[in-house]
Design a protein around this ligand. Sequence first.
Ligand code: AP5
Length: 219
Amino acid sequence: MNIILLGPPGAGKGTQAKLLEEQHGMIQLSTGDMLRAAVKRGEPLGLEAKKIMDAGGLVPDHLMIKMIEDRIRKPDCAKGFILDGFPRTVPQAEALDKMLSACGKKLDAVIELKVDEAALIERVSGRFTCAKCGTGYHKKFKPPKHAGVCDVCGSTEFICRPDDNPETMKTRLKAFQDQTAPILPYYRQKGLLKSVDGMASMDAVHGSIEHILGETGKA
Ligand code: AP5
């Protein structure tokens, strides 16, 4: 199955994509993670994207489309993929349709995570990641089992994203409203859009997504 997880910054797209990967062997395609990896490797794309990401804006469409087009053709996507962070504009959504039909694939569902603004701010301001293995945590909602120690690799080093601050968050939320929310009617019209209450607990949100996938699989 090929799906899109859609929602504002901090809605839980990455969290849910990881749970679906574990459960179904689908591949998470997070454009934010791909860009951060390009920044870390010092690639030209990473250098161009870093300033934009740190300011909370959107990286130009042609760069993002090329990135996903190259990735979606790789053999590991054959089992199904979860797009997390793409598309983010109507031109990206249109380009996705074209690239999928060119390689004989289709979208099965677009799942919108609905979360109110105060909760989004609380979620991004409490988020941190293991510096060694990248496991994600939250101060209040998902702390490590032993304070200061990564559950997965035992590292004691953690990092916060430079764009997870209140000022940048305002710009990211505005980018979502102005540039990303217009793709909701695009997918509604195609009969693909399903909405989930993203304010619920991580497990409850996962249950709602599984329910949608179950119904989609039967259709
Ligand atoms: P990206 O990395 O995609 O960031 P984002 O969309 O802002 O989303 P986040 O990663 O912040 O949040 P999330 O929804 O994954 O939430 P998470 O699961 O971590 O993009 C970063 C930047 O890259 C963009 O701003 C842009 O510049 C650029 N970019 C990327 N793609 C692009 C594109 N296509 N076009 C142009 N530019 C692009 O959860 C957040 C926290 O909440 C975690 O700590 C988690 O533990 C906790 N949490 C999750 N679910 C729950 C729950 N149900 N209850 C309580 N806590 C929860």
